[in-house]
Design a protein around this ligand. Structure first.
Ligand SMILES: [Zn+2]
Length: 248
């Protein structure tokens, strides 16, 4: 089902900064139910008011809370490829999901179908590059963990939304010889705000976790293996025209 409600509006928005272009699509989860999500995203009376352009319920219904030309308040302090003020540069989609913890659960197919449909329209309207379809965790590693490892980025890429590395057969890992400096370099080159210290510090660990949640969720909780590096290398081969699953 794809139904867009436009009767609820959020007052939490501003104007996009000059000298920025709208080039990102950012996915979030709300970590609460629909009713609370709507309240939080439209309440101007809190210490830190927030909003997003869209909210997608578990049943697939979509709420347009902020018009796309405005700057919604969803990204906070974040960065990608050295660009900051991601709020001025993005459309934000909030997704109803109770969030990581005991109640974290898969995103229902009706919800994912609507996210794909909505995203395709947004991407076409603003010509957003596929590699700029990102999670909040990608642009704020160590600070944000949404939409989390149950969000099906692979399926979305198959629908033409974002990119995902396909390595074919899983490589059984051996973690010897993984060079932290090289990993940092590759993560930074792809876009992550990564320390370039040559050592596995907490900042680097947070970026690696963000990468794994998006591009290799099967590996979470396991030891780093060579497939992690391979997926990262495949993403480097991204070109402006790439869409969907990247094979190599
Ligand atoms: Zn978020």
């Amino acid at each position: 089902m794809y139904k867009v409600h436009t009767h609820i509006k959020s007052p939490n928005y501003g104007e996009r900064s000059l000298n920025t272009s709208l080039e990102f699509l950012i996915m979030h989860y709300t970590a609460c139910d629909l009713k609370t999500s709507l309240k939080v995203l439209t309440d101007p009376e809190t210490a830190h008011p927030v909003s997003a352009h869209y909210l997608v319920d578990e049943n697939g219904e979509v709420y347009r809370l902020v018009d796309e030309q405005h700057r919604a308040w969803h990204a906070g302090k974040s960065a990608w490829r050295g660009l900051t003020d991601i709020n001025s540069r993005s459309i934000g989609i909030e997704i109803v999901n109770l969030g990581q913890g005991t109640e974290y659960r898969p995103f229902p197919s009706a919800q994912m179908e609507s996210i794909a449909h909505l995203s395709k329209e947004i991407i076409a309207r603003h010509r957003i590059p596929s590699c700029h379809v990102l999670g909040h965790s990608d642009i704020a590693p160590g600070r944000k963990i949404d939409p989390g490892p149950l969000f099906n980025w692979r399926w979305l890429a198959c629908q033409g939304v974002g990119i995902y590395p396909d390595i074919g057969q899983e490589i059984k890992g051996n973690s010897t010889g993984i060079d932290v400096g090289r990993i940092q370099h590759l993560l930074a080159q792809y876009g992550y705000d990564t320390p370039l210290t040559g050592i596995l510090d907490t900042g680097t660990q947070a970026v690696i976790q963000a990468f794994l949640m998006h591009f290799y969720p099967e590996s979470l909780g396991r030891e780093a293996d060579s497939e992690f590096l391979r997926r990262l290398e495949i993403l480097q081969s991204y070109s402006e025209n790439s869409r969907g699953i990247i094979h190599k």
